[in-house]
Design a protein around this ligand. Structure first.
Ligand code: FES
Ligand code: FES
Length: 141
């Protein structure tokens, strides 16, 4: 048990050194933007993906969170997780996966839900801009 990093350490690492904070041009055609709120606490998260249209994979990710430490840690971890994934793979990422990696306690589960909602919302925004990508993606696997 001694080797297992605690909730505190894992969250703190992503919280104190969040990966991929920032934003992209939301009007760019290859960028999908997700903006979601957590009903449980009112916190808000913005997550953006840049997609390589040839492979339907996520080439870059940026986020901004106006939320608690667990929300920041969840989105930071998520950005590392989904980079390089296809849109199809990224749309299947579950908040429970994030919560498990960060060892979030039950009261903080909705913070990781915010990250899951944000990536789904960003993907759906990208599909709205690029309707043909969706059929490519669905047909391609
Ligand atoms: Fe919203 Fe955590 S309750 S910051
Ligand atoms: Fe609200 Fe974490 S996102 S408490």
């Amino acid at each position: 048990v001694g080797a297992v990093r605690s909730y505190h350490e894992r969250v703190l690492d992503h919280y104190s050194k969040p990966r991929n904070v920032g934003s992209m041009d939301k009007n760019a055609n290859d960028v999908g933007t997700g903006l979601v709120g957590a009903p449980a606490c009112g916190d808000v998260m913005k997550l953006q993906i840049k997609v390589d249209p040839n492979t339907n994979t996520i080439s870059d990710v940026k986020f901004k969170t106006f939320g608690c430490g667990s929300a920041i840690a969840s989105s930071s971890y998520l950005t590392e997780l989904v980079r390089g994934m296809t849109l199809d793979q990224a749309s299947k990422v579950k908040n429970t996966e994030i919560a498990k990696e960060l060892c979030l306690p039950p009261v903080k589960l909705h913070c990781s839900m915010l990250a899951e909602d944000a990536i789904k919302s960003a993907i759906s925004n990208y599909y709205t801009k690029n309707p043909s990508a969706k059929s490519t993606n669905l047909g391609g696997t």
